[in-house]
Design a protein around this ligand. Structure first.
Ligand code: UFG
Length: 324
């Protein structure tokens, strides 16, 4: 398959590209390099372009005959989205419309879209399945939910086949150590813990220790980035058999508190990682854990790397020798 990977130079995108190559497919990356890294996709064609640039997108579809597109381009920080909602809706919603129109003109009918657990806002159930109501509480989650709605409307109108994959907490890195998570600034927990172990970045802070959880810190469902990538491939195959718009929650079905992740990092690094207790971060729900039953049953997907130490160890391999 020839697959357009929008946002392919980013953290999840670059793992996606490796996964496609490993399965002998042909990825073409489209990325504006605002948060992505050229070094992460050195072995594949890279078109530097913005998702809101309809003209360049049209040229790309004129020049290539794609079997499917995977769309991972997005602004993705919850806190930032609260302060810059126009930028989030512009990039994440308008940008997606530009891609969808270009796909429609080129008659490319299969799309896998990166959605997020943030569509659920403050979930009411301990394990979130796809029946759970989407009630986003920040512009980032709302922008992704709006796109899911657009995809639902595009199915009957244009025959677009789509899968929205709601990622829970993407974590870890490819075991090669050649690609990994590199955000500037970094806001995510595991990279912040490991960078602090390496003496990089500012002092590690725990945002809130008074949540209604077992140790007072937030619970998240950490899912290895290569397992996420694998789910996209399965989603494309699923679209060969199914029309319409579909969504799947991608997580491991088990959660860890912030303190448990720090403990895992201590075991993996052998270092005594210190931290400060700070106030809650705006927009953080106390618990986000996915039910992955639907993805297991319908996509035949199951995460291969479920041990939290293994996930943190793969991230450590990257952070201890990060190339970009
Ligand atoms: N945290 C800290 N200290 C840090 C960084 C994070 O205590 O230095 C805490 C956060 O407050 C949160 C947990 O660690 O409780 C996880 O935070 P991350 O920033 O790593 O991840 P989030 O759960 O906030 O965000 C992830 C994705 C988002 C997605 C969201 C769904 O990165 O794109 O899950 O809620 F929207």
């Amino acid at each position: 398959m020839k697959v357009l990977v929008c946002g392919g130079a980013g953290y999840i995108g670059s793992h996606m590209v490796r996964c496609l190559l490993a399965h002998h497919h042909e990825p073409v990356v489209y990325d504006n390099l605002s948060t992505g890294h050229r070094e992460a996709v050195a072995d594949v064609p890279l078109i530097v372009g913005d998702i809101r640039d309809s003209e360049t997108l049209r040229t790309v579809f004129d020049q290539h005959c794609f079997d499917a597109a995977i769309h991972l381009c997005a602004h993705s920080l919850v806190g930032e989205s609260m302060n810059k909602p126009y930028e989030y809706y512009q990039n994440n919603v308008f940008g997606t419309l530009c891609l969808l129109e270009a796909m429609h003109e080129a008659d490319v009918t299969k799309l896998v879209f990166s959605s997020t657990a943030a569509v659920f806002g403050h979930p009411l159930a301990p394990l979130i399945d796809e029946e759970h109501a989407a009630r986003p509480i920040n512009p980032y989650g709302a922008s992704k939910w709006m796109v899911e709605r657009i995809l639902a409307d595009a199915a009957p109108a244009y025959g677009l086949r789509s899968v929205s994959l709601r990622y829970f907490n993407a974590a870890g890195a490819d075991p090669s150590g050649e690609i990994g998570e590199s955000h500037h600034p970094e806001t995510h927990l595991i990279p912040n813990i490991l960078r602090s172990a390496l003496g990089k970045g500012s002092a590690l802070k725990i945002f809130g220790d008074d949540y209604p959880t077992k140790d007072g810190t937030c619970v998240r469902d950490y899912i290895h980035v290569n397992d996420l990538a694998e789910a996209h491939l399965r989603a494309i195959r699923f679209l060969d058999q199914h029309d319409g718009a579909h969504c799947f929650n991608l997580g491991s079905s088990s959660g860890f508190t912030v303190l448990e992740i720090i403990e895992a990092a201590r075991r993996v690094t052998g270092m005594d990682i210190s931290f400060e207790r700070a106030s809650r971060r705006a927009g953080d729900p106390p618990v986000l854990v996915a039910s992955n039953v639907k993805a297991r049953v319908q996509l035949g997907w199951r995460p291969a790397i479920t041990n939290i130490d293994d996930i943190v160890r793969s991230a450590w391999l990257w952070h201890s020798q990060a190339r970009y």
